[in-house]
Design a protein around this ligand. Structure first.
Ligand code: GLC
Length: 728
């Protein structure tokens, strides 16, 4: 074998003195095998470790200090944006270590690196995965130019409890939406080839079921049945793997007794064996050591053994692999073959990324790296398309020229920092256009803007109310900007109520008493409870946390320059007490009347998934089917004509759902299976189609992930229509 191996290796290096693994013309697997055969056990184990490097500003993980920089380490989380410092560390790995294995530099580039685009929950409301991909591509380039080769993104945890702070980071409550946006992010980050100079490794996280955290509290137990695991939580991950994601991050949560980071079923049986994932799994921050507090490991040795044997290839931060693996191998508690498998996966990804052949980041002057006009323009477009018009009584929006005097009030009106939302990477508030700045620019020459803060985000200081009431009294319209701080969502940022703080609601009530029409602009990282607020305002624009170009997008919508086109990717509960409420729930045993709901609350939420208004009107024609019945190897084409019956151009996202009312395993009330968004000119008609593939769109998994496709009647829902068809 060795001879054979040597012969094949020699084939790629005829007469060359360099070892095969350094030959960029040799196949990746050949280079991996050659390098692995040269590594000592210590060198192998070092590849399985990740430390931090740079100024660690993650408030939840402050205890980590800069570790001794061993040039043979596998990876760093890179907290800086300086390619020169990063290259100096890489140079030591390439030149001061025996084998010169390059280091991977990862970072949380969740919705932009320096040019910050909207939080992912907002991006999902754009129903424009192509535009989202453009933004991810920009983020990848800014990251690479800063020395980052690997982003811990996309986060594709289904979010159905808005008390959970990390609902901001995923693509909402629907498995299919998370799958489509997650796959789009993977393809954009990784580009046509991983070795392209501005591609970065994607990382699907947090694998799996992290969003079911009990009570919306972070880091908590998650009780997930095998059925729910397959039909809901694994769906976006399978799509991400099929899109070619190079890495996966194991989650903090305990999955019904087996924590995600020690779960052989999810990490190896499913991810590596069934889905054939060839990349590697990195544990989340200290998640290996946390197996002890989760009650499945007596000590660090057992935690190490359980995580590695379950399928975690790289240990983030807690150093347990480095401290324990040699001894565990000696004691035959961990086979060397498993260590070799983990090392091969990491080396494979490094070769595919081109890191051996191009280990250093390109160094451009800072002003050429970030925030160029195209980046800002893309961020502005995505911000605008992700905003959702929730209310527009008597068409008060867009603000007509008759409403010249605008009172712009609220804690978010002049704020820039919080418009970026959580996980804002290297975004700087000085780059962000505030709502006041956007409005002054937008209404220059068309109206006057008078600003007052009115109140703080929270607390009970009403001393700013009078000034706010004063300017409101002299205005034609009040635009009040309320919502959340960026720190109120994201990691370890769960909240017991999703209502706006009382002080904000009191300010709104005070302004309402002036009798002026009120437009509410919300900037928040989760659905908010609006039951008390909604009756007091004429219009509501959900702006989310829009990032660098937030002020421009909000002002553009309020002035009418931009026609809002967002639709909710997550349901807005009526009150916190109504949680959980999401569109694809199971049918109640007694769906009639208000059975099975609260005595003291109506059954419907404030706004359902898929809801959003426009400044124009779209009318949906009658949906037609290519046949009333199909067999399982036939496709059914559904089509519908959508007309723009209003007076201005607009964009419409058409969402198609399927229901299966009688199956061997109960099905959700309805499931999103296809969507498409298009621009439609005034008076124009466009035909939208959904080609139903029974195996893809009508089948469902059982608790072992086996796809079941059952004959019977199905419902197709689009707009406010429902039609039925049969599968033979
Ligand atoms: C954090 C987060 C994870 C992030 C990682 C590195 O604790 O859970 O999303 O990628 O640590 O910062």
């Amino acid at each position: 074998m060795i001879g054979g191996a040597m012969l094949s290796l020699a084939a790629f290096s005829p007469g060359h003195p360099i070892p095969v693994y350094k030959n960029k013309n040799a196949p990746v697997e050949t280079r991996v095998a050659d390098l692995l055969s040269r590594m000592t056990l210590k060198e192998k184990i070092l590849q399985l470790n990740q430390y931090t490097l740079g100024n660690n500003n993650n408030v939840n993980n402050v205890e980590m200090k800069l570790n001794e920089m061993d040039p043979r380490i596998g990876s760093y989380i890179y907290f800086n944006d300086d390619p020169v410092f990063r290259n100096s560390v890489q140079k030591r790995a390439m030149e001061n270590s025996r084998l010169g294995i390059p280091i991977l530099f990862g970072a949380d580039v969740i919705h932009g690196f320096r040019t910050i685009y909207p939080i992912p929950l907002a991006v999902a409301c754009s129903w424009n995965p192509d535009l989202s991909g453009e933004a991810c591509r920009i983020a990848a380039k800014e990251a690479r130019l800063s020395g980052v080769d690997w982003t811990f993104s996309p986060m594709i945890d289904i979010g159905r409890d808005p008390r959970w702070g990390r609902v901001a980071e995923g693509y909402g409550e629907d498995p299919y939406a998370n799958a489509v946006f997650g796959a789009a992010a993977v393809k954009a980050y990784q580009g046509k080839r991983l070795s392209d100079p501005y591609s970065v490794l994607a990382c699907l996280k947090h694998y799996v079921g992290y969003g079911v955290s009990e009570g919306g509290r972070d880091y908590r137990y998650t009780d997930i049945s095998p059925q729910a695991l397959w039909e809901t939580y694994l769906v976006p991950y399978q799509a991400g793997i099929e899109a070619g994601a190079a890495t996966v991050m194991s989650a903090f949560n305990d999955i019904s007794g087996i924590p995600a980071t020690a779960n052989h079923y999810t990490l190896t049986d499913i991810l590596k064996n069934r889905w054939q994932h060839q990349g590697f799994v990195v544990a989340d921050w200290r998640a290996v050591e946390q197996l002890i507090s989760q009650g499945v490991a007596r000590d660090k040795q057992e935690a190490t053994q359980k995580a590695l044997m379950a399928g975690v290839d790289m240990d983030m931060l807690d150093n347990l692999y480095l401290e324990n693996l040699e001894q565990l191998i000696k004691e035959k508690k961990v086979p060397l073959s498993r260590v070799d498998d983990a090392v091969k996966r990491i080396l494979r990804v490094k070769f595919m990324l081109g890191l051996f052949d191009r280990p250093y980041a390109e160094v451009l002057p800072e002003k050429e790296r970030y925030l160029n006009s195209q980046s800002r323009e893309t961020s502005a477009r995505l911000a605008a398309e992700s905003m959702v018009l929730l209310k527009n009584k008597e068409g008060i929006l867009p603000l007509s020229v008759s409403r010249k005097k605008i009172a712009l009030i609220g804690p978010l009106a002049k704020d820039s920092l919080d418009l970026m939302g959580s996980w804002s990477s290297h975004g700087s508030e000085t780059d962000v256009e505030s709502i006041v700045e956007g409005m002054v620019k937008e209404f220059n020459g068309k109206g006057t803007i008078k600003y007052a803060r009115g109140c703080d985000f929270e607390g009970n200081d009403q001393s700013g109310f009078n000034e706010a009431v004063q300017i409101a009294g002299k205005s034609d319209v009040v635009v009040i900007c309320l919502g959340e701080k960026k720190t109120w969502s994201g990691e370890n940022a769960s909240r017991s109520t999703i209502a706006l703080p009382q002080i904000q609601r009191d300010l709104l009530a005070k302004l309402k008493s002036t009798g002026k029409p009120v437009v509410l602009v919300l900037s928040n990282g989760r659905p908010l409870e609006l039951a008390e607020v909604e009756p007091n305002v004429e219009a509501i624009l959900e702006a989310w946390q829009p990032g660098t170009s937030g002020g421009d997008a909000i002002a553009g919508i309020l002035s009418g320059r931009i026609n809002p086109s967002g639709k909710l990717a997550i349901t807005f509960p009526l009150t916190t007490g109504q949680i959980p409420v999401y569109y694809n729930m199971r049918q109640s045993a007694r769906p009639y009347r208000e059975m099975g709901n609260y005595q003291d609350l109506t059954v419907n939420p404030q706004y359902w998934f898929g809801y959003g208004l426009s400044y124009t009107t779209f009318s949906y024609g009658k949906v037609s089917l290519s046949a009333p019945e199909i067999s399982r190897n036939q496709h059914l084409t559904a089509s519908i004509t959508v007309s723009n019956t209003g007076g201005r151009a607009g964009k419409e996202a058409v969402l198609w759902y399927i229901s299966d009312r009688a199956a061997s395993i109960s099905r959700p009330l309805k499931e999103l299976k296809h969507f498409e968004k298009r621009a439609i000119a005034p008076g124009e008609k466009q035909i939208f189609r959904f080609e139903i593939d029974p195996l893809r769109d009508l089948s469902f998994p059982d608790s072992n992930g086996k796809r079941l496709l059952e004959a019977g009647e199905y419902e197709l829902h689009v707009g406010d229509q429902t039609v039925t068809f049969k599968l033979k």
